[in-house]
Design a protein around this ligand. Structure first.
Ligand code: RP5
Length: 170
């Protein structure tokens, strides 16, 4: 895996603290990615070039995160038939509800797989990207299985800790 399989695009550097969550998950799966700041309204030409060239550059999935009137994921989806995963960022006075609706409400024909608002959505975007990639890259499948197993184990740990705390407190 030499070329980045995932293209991560965000509208501004102010989106990075949220989008970083996606990077962390992809790192944990050893999936190579490329990070770009491109804005649908501030740098429309760069955004459109990115999406038009992504497939030829070897990318297989794109994650796009943006806030406010978040048309970034939709604009990127319009220039490629690669799967585009959208992350609505909670950077506006409407706390991301505007970005959620702008990202999810794509008219029929050009879909954006839209995740939850904010950091949880960014994490899920990376997990979902890994799930798409696992169809072709079987080594990612094993990592996804381990991820799910660890998640289950951490819930069990929390359950045990809470039970012990309640026993001690009462
Ligand atoms: C959107 O506008 C970006 O995705 C960001 O969430 C928001 C604000 O951008 P900055 O003004 O912080 O650069 O395009």
């Amino acid at each position: 895996m030499n070329k980045p399989l995932v293209g991560i695009v965000m509208g501004s550097d102010s989106d990075f603290p949220v989008m970083e969550e996606a990077l962390k998950v992809l790192d944990s799966f050893s999936i190579k990615y490329e990070v770009t700041i491109a804005s649908a309204h501030r740098t429309p030409e760069k955004t459109s070039q990115f999406s038009r060239n992504a497939r030829d550059r070897g990318m297989e999935v794109i994650i796009a995160g943006a806030g406010w009137a978040a048309h970034l994921a939709g604009v990127i989806a319009s220039g490629t038939t690669l799967p585009v995963i959208g992350v609505p960022i909670d950077s506006s006075p409407l706390n991301g509800l505007d970005s959620l609706l702008s990202t999810v409400q794509m008219p029929a024909g050009v879909p954006v797989a839209t995740m939850a608002i904010g950091k949880g959505g960014a994490r899920n975007a990376a997990v979902f990207a890994a799930q798409i990639l696992s169809l072709k890259h079987s080594e990612i499948n094993e990592k996804l299985d381990a991820y799910r197993k660890n998640m289950g184990m951490s819930v069990e740990e929390k359950d045990n800790k809470l039970r012990e705390k309640l026993k001690a407190d009462r």
